[in-house]
Write a protein that binds this ligand. Sequence first.
Ligand code: THU
Length: 148
Amino acid sequence: MSDDQHSAELLAAARAAAKSAYAPYSGFHVGAALRFADGSVVTGSNFENASYGLSICAETAAVIAANLQGKRSGLVEVAIMGGPLGDDGALAPTAAPVTPCGRCRQVLTELAQLGETDPFVYSGHAGGYLEHRLSVLLPAAFGPANLG
Ligand code: THU
């Protein structure tokens, strides 16, 4: 499989996960997909709260889901897609890329550093995606090693 097919497949998983988002306040449905070194994929979607600031982002939900499956190492790729739902109930991705928020960069970094990886992050948009290393999105991150 080419690198492009690889990222497209993970972005499709993120897009599918966005359909399960609970986003009645923002109307912005987000899906995140994590791929691990063994090829397994874990997804998450945002879960909002009537106290808006307590909303949980898709990336954080995916990290928690991975932990529930005992996955704490080998995070190699992350894909994110977001936007409103169209009349057909499917995600209509935004023109702007969905890069992870600051809190999610920190949460993803915890999982990545536990397994000593620096995953690619694919920030999806209607026309494709932006690709960054997580360490570029959150340079000089505070992680488990900084507690020592
Ligand atoms: N959101 C995510 O789930 N992930 C992101 O990367 C950006 C923002 C959610 C939070 C909130 O539920 C909605 O999108 C609008 O900000």
